[in-house]
Design a protein around this ligand. Structure first.
Ligand code: GTP
Ligand code: ZN
Length: 350
């Protein structure tokens, strides 16, 4: 089927797959002949910003059970979003306080953890971002940027690769333009989310990949009242080749949150080894009979991998304490005990 009506949407990730899902949704929901597809670029309260072949419009959502989120492909009909196409991935966050799930972005293919080499690369951050990606149904990658600022960027990449054998690592100098081609190849036709601390180089990378300053995707019309231009959509940056960077405040602030289940599922190798530790709650630190330390000693486990596990474990423990005041108190007692123990042992060591 050759259908050029939505050709303009290819830039923001439209593909044959969406053509099919759109046709299905139109039929299932009994939408009108005027129904057209669009992609949500922003969600605020009751209205959403939707990029369509005709431009970006602000629309209400009507008759949709599960509300759309940034990145969703939707059916626009009768001046409203009337249906949300099935998602292939979803980044969400559990709001522990309210015990609700918050949607952050949909139909994300790649979650890129951007680390500026002008500062130490934090393996724990990479791990958390990877878990966020896997949990969402997306692929994590690491982008080490500002390669021009360090003498040996390749060595840094090797260290990260050793810690995370399953994750691809890309080294780029976004300002000088090196390393971009390899990265362009992986993200062609895909929707990418860049996660990284402030100043990591996300905006610079976005502009470098787009080949130009790319703050804007189109003009915005409120509802269908033609001519009333308001804000612009900053949240979807087409990079060419159908690649899109989804940049939502939600993603920037999601930090990356963790829980114990995800921890063990993404550290299968460490957890397997830990089965043989003498103590159930072994911290693989100084405990006698620790199978994990033995594996590092014997060269079966990369030291960086254990470092990453430790960083993660600390992160999980902190998250659990925040969520559970009793655990916080238990932690306090444990710290007190460890300190007492250390004091007691010191004289022996002299
Ligand atoms: N030398 C060098 N500098 C870079 C590179 N990429 C980014 N920078 C610089 O690093 C600083 C921060 O880059 P940004 O792209 O603004 O970082 P960001 O991640 O978007 O930061 P936030 O918007 O605060 O989240 C800027 O001064 C950039 O010029 C690079 O590849 N090489
Ligand atoms: Zn152990």
């Amino acid at each position: 089927m050759s259908d050029d009506r939505y050709g303009a949407l290819v830039d923001i990730g439209w593909s044959d797959r969406w053509t099919a899902l759109f046709a299905e949704a139109v039929e299932d929901t009994g939408a009108s002949d005027d129904a057209r597809p669009g992609r949500v670029t922003r969600h605020d309260g009751v209205a959403v910003m939707v990029a369509t072949a005709e431009g970006v419009v602000q629309l209400p959502v009507r008759g949709v059970l599960a509300p759309p989120t940034v990145g969703d492909w939707v059916v626009v009909d009768g001046g409203a979003v009337s249906a949300v196409l099935p998602r292939h991935s979803l980044i969400r966050r559990r709001d522990v306080d309210k015990d609700v799930e918050q949607l952050i972005a949909a139909n994300v293919d790649v979650v890129a953890c951007v680390c500026g080499l002008d500062r130490p690369v934090k393996l724990g951050r990479i791990q958390r971002t990877a878990m966020l990606a896997w949990d969402a149904g997306a692929v994590p990658v690491v982008v080490l940027t500002k390669a021009d600022l360090v003498p040996d960027a390749a060595a840094e990449a090797e260290r990260v690769e050793a810690a995370f054998p399953a994750i691809d690592v890309y080294v780029v100098d976004a300002r000088g333009g090196t390393g971009l081609e390899r990265l362009r190849d992986v993200i062609a036709g895909r929707s990418v989310v860049l996660v990284g601390e402030s100043g990591a180089g996300k905006s610079t990378l976005t502009n470098a990949l787009a080949g130009e300053e790319r703050a804007v995707t189109g003009e915005v019309r409120r509802g269908d009242a033609k001519g009333r231009h308001t804000t612009t959509a900053r949240e979807l940056h087409p990079l060419g080749d159908g690649a899109v960077v989804i940049d939502s405040p939600g993603i920037r602030s999601v930090g990356v949150w963790v829980d114990a289940d995800v921890l063990s599922s993404s550290f299968g190798d460490v957890e397997d080894l830990a089965e043989a530790c003498r103590f159930n709650d072994c911290a693989h630190d100084t405990e006698p009979g620790c199978a994990v330390l033995a594996a590092v000693e014997g060269g079966e486990l990369a030291p960086a991998r254990l470092d990453a596990w430790r960083e993660m474990a600390r992160e999980v423990a902190a998250a659990e304490r925040r969520a559970d005041p009793q655990a916080e108190r238990r932690h306090g007692r444990r710290v007190a005990r460890v300190v007492k123990e250390a004091k007691r042992q010191r004289p022996d060591q002299r």
